[in-house]
Design a protein around this ligand. Structure first.
Ligand code: PLP
Ligand code: COI
Length: 356
């Protein structure tokens, strides 16, 4: 259990207006959480402080070798005024998995969740209530040793910042167009693909720029070895409904194990759909699109929620998904997941955690 100290701001910012579109990731709240680490001492001085710049030595290791991890989750306001988190224990576990791979000290799961609750409670009034909005929570850890040389740092900072957000994609619930990348790769098995670390995202940017130039909003990655099998999208996992079956790529070490992915798999199984987590080749998708058995495609992610895909392109092959609208199962998943997150649907699985 952390003994958190509080230093509250004397200059609170103005809250966004009710009709502010809350462009994703642009507005930050009044406070942040910080905790330090030193080898031999462990994590210490957990505190909620006014949102402020982080001052680091220019030789801090994070700037040079990318030793950092991050997470993403959201807080939601229910109609009766409660504040809910969705499966924060899964973020705590995933962060520790990333930490182990990147030689960063772990944080006890209960401390991670306590820290998230503490800062969210402090800035509770920033949680927006308009449909489709929420408070995005970004925990991250950075290596801070002032040292030029490749080895794990001996000092770190764990920080949590908060951002009231609307939809991640400007398309909202309208289907997105996705480019299947055939040249660049994002990750390979044995690398860092299954961790949430900046390196995976910077590796994706050149392809994303290329996709944007072609009029596509996101990149769908193929495996880095055979360049044949579907992996995931830049900021979400991917699902297909083909011939009544729900398919998603199996976790193989190079894909991020998404919490929304896990949630959708559990729901689809519970609803009686045949579900397969396996290798899916781009050829199989093209064939399903040509023979009419491709029924729905959607992405899943904390930021993206359930995001319908209307159009996929691989080299010169274009796959138009049905009529380009949101599919029946995608809509049901969206309604159920957001319904549970917002406390409108009874949570029978212990997925929501109230911030009191
Ligand atoms: N894949 C990548 C690369 C992501 O950045 C994200 C977002 O966190 C996801 C998948 C979806 O994961 P989650 O559902 O846990 O947000
Ligand atoms: C998330 O869904 O939490 C993400 O990390 C996506 C993105 C903002 C990088």
């Amino acid at each position: 259990m952390l003994n958190i100290r509080y230093e509250l701001t004397k200059n609170p910012k103005q809250l966004p207006g009710k009709d502010d579109p809350l462009k994703f990731g642009t507005i930050f709240t009044d406070h942040m959480f910080i905790m330090n680490y030193e080898t031999g001492k462990g994590w210490f001085d957990p505190r909620v402080v006014p949102y402020q710049p982080v001052v680091l030595d220019p030789s801090a290791m994070v700037f040079h070798y990318g030793q950092e991890v991050f997470e993403g989750l959201k807080a939601y306001k229910t109609e009766d005024g409660r504040t809910l988190l969705f499966r924060p224990d899964m973020n705590a576990k995933r962060e520790n998995n990333s930490n182990r791979r990147l030689c960063i000290p772990e944080i006890p799961e209960e401390d991670f969740v306590q820290a998230v609750k503490a800062v969210v409670k402090t800035d509770e009034k920033w949680i927006p209530t308009k449909p489709g909005t929420s408070l995005y929570i970004r925990p991250f850890i950075i290596a801070t040793d002032p040292f030029l040389g490749v080895r794990p740092s001996d000092t770190y900072q764990f920080i949590i910042i908060l951002s009231p957000v609307g939809a991640y994609y400007p398309e909202g619930l309208n289907p997105v167009k996705i480019w299947i990348e055939d040249d660049y790769v994002r990750a390979v098995r044995g690398g860092i693909g299954e961790t949430k670390t900046g390196g995976n995202y910077v590796a994706s940017m050149a392809a994303q720029m290329k996709a944007h130039e072609e009029g596509y909003s996101q990149v769908l990655w193929l495996d880095g070895v055979e360049r044949k099998y579907i992996e995931e999208v830049g900021a979400m996992n991917i699902f297909f409904k083909i011939n009544g079956k729900v398919l998603t790529p199996k976790l193989n070490g190079s894909i991020l194990p998404g919490i929304t992915r896990n949630t959708c798999l559990e729901l689809c199984r519970e609803w009686g759909y045949p579900v397969e987590e396996r290798k899916i080749s781009v050829d199989e998708l093209y064939e399903a699109s040509v023979n009419g058995s491709m029924e729905e495609v959607w992405g899943t992610g904390t930021a993206a929620v359930i995001s319908p895909v209307g159009h996929l392109r691989f080299e010169d092959k274009v796959m138009q998904i049905k009529d380009g609208g949101i599919g029946e199962l995608s809509q049901k998943l969206y309604d159920t997941v957001t319904g549970i997150q917002l406390g409108k649907i009874k949570d029978t699985r212990g997925w929501t955690v109230e911030v009191k």
